[in-house]
Design a protein around this ligand. Structure first.
Ligand SMILES: NC(=O)c1ccc[n+]([C@@H]2O[C@H](COP(=O)([O-])OP(=O)(O)OC[C@H]3O[C@@H](n4cnc5c(N)ncnc54)[C@H](OP(=O)(O)O)[C@@H]3O)[C@@H](O)[C@H]2O)c1
Length: 241
């Protein structure tokens, strides 16, 4: 069993939200962490080796993993928390919107974990990828996001078939505060969406988790003596993605 204090960990999506909490919690527990995302200034605040990169760029994906392996001398864990979640009715979504969401949420995960797989297999390590309750329970105007998470779930079933022995954990996450999930949402679109959600009766009281609660579960998935292929981290009252 790996313990947090001997973990060599790459966190992709470490500049904000859940990924940042994972990187902070892991380094606080003694793990050696490589933190990656696009914003260098945010990453520089972490107790981690920084690799700036964009997961929608093939070369960046290869470089992120290669630099992490070179710095750490191998990899015991990769956590992929990158996510794009536009609030956008299907009727307004262009193919460029779809491509951006899939490039970020699905293809980036495929590129990063495929590049990391030989190193994880060599170290008996694990990949942990954040999916969402919204894959099974979509929310109107977040359909691009929900569809991408369904595709991501499919990818996570494919990875161990192509990399036999690779241990991949899907973490199904519910509504979590302390993130940038909704920061880019247009206020007018949000007003319209909230009215629509109220009208169709999908707005509820809803529970909410902290990034630390989710980060704790991610670290557990990386270090548990049992392999956990699928876990859900959901406040029991949560009803939004
Ligand atoms: N928050 C929730 O309520 C919730 C619920 C269910 C599931 N989830 C899932 O949990 C994961 C984390 O969510 P979060 O809310 O913590 O997200 P967040 O606060 O928005 O953080 C997303 C991270 O991804 C990075 N990122 C975005 N695009 C990138 C790109 N092209 N290349 C590299 N890095 C990129 C961002 O950094 P830069 O901008 O610096 O690149 C940031 O570090 C996501 O997969 C999300 O779908 C979240």
């Amino acid at each position: 069993m790996t313990t947090p204090d001997d973990l060599r960990l790459l966190v992709v999506g470490a500049s904000a939200g859940i990924g940042r909490a994972v990187a902070e919690r892991a380094s606080g527990a003694g793990s050696r962490v490589v933190a990656s995302a696009r914003r260098a200034d945010r990453l520089a605040e972490l107790d981690a080796h920084v690799v700036v990169g964009d997961v929608t760029d093939d070369d960046d994906c290869d470089r992120i993993v290669a630099e992490a392996v070179a710095h750490l001398g191998g990899l015991d864990g990769v956590v992929y928390t990158v996510g794009a979640s536009p609030l956008l009715p299907l009727a307004d979504a262009t193919s460029a919107d779809w491509q951006r969401v899939f490039a970020t949420n699905v293809i980036g995960a495929a590129r990063i974990i495929s590049a990391a797989a030989p190193h994880l297999l060599a170290a008996d390590g694990r990949a942990v990828v954040l999916s969402s309750k919204a894959a099974a329970d979509p929310f109107p105007h977040l359909s691009l996001y929900s569809t991408s998470k369904v595709a991501l779930d499919g990818l996570l079933r494919c990875l161990p078939k192509e990399f036999p022995g690779l241990r991949v954990t899907r973490v199904v996450v519910g509504n979590t505060t302390g993130t940038e999930f909704a920061d880019a949402w247009d206020p007018d679109q949000l007003d319209e969406s909230i009215s629509h959600w109220a009208e169709i009766g999908v707005l509820g009281t809803g529970g909410i988790m902290t990034v630390d609660q989710v980060a704790e579960s991610v670290l557990f998935a990386l270090t548990s003596s049992a392999y956990l292929p699928d876990i859900a981290v959901i406040d029991h009252e949560t009803d939004v993605p």
